[in-house]
Design a protein around this ligand. Sequence first.
Ligand code: ZN
Ligand code: ZN
Length: 89
Amino acid sequence: MPVCLNHPEVKATVRCHACGKPLCPDCGMRDGRALYCSVECRARQGSDKGLTASIFRGRATLYRRKLLAASGATVLLGSLLLLWGWLAG
Ligand SMILES: [Zn+2]
Ligand SMILES: [Zn+2]
């Protein structure tokens, strides 16, 4: 059984929701149903979780758009070369 991060003599019965550090109920910061070891962990796990996900989603869309544009340009270039070759005989 792990012991509390701040009280080596006290058994840890809960864990930080963000970093998973063992805590005793006295040390945990309660935020709704979750418990955190510090303000930093609460902030890290809290509101910015959804923000990070949306940023990642935005990046993925951007990457896909770039890929699409690149493949489109390649096709265009290829057909131009083909046309040029056909015209040049
Ligand atoms: Zn923590
Ligand atoms: Zn403690």
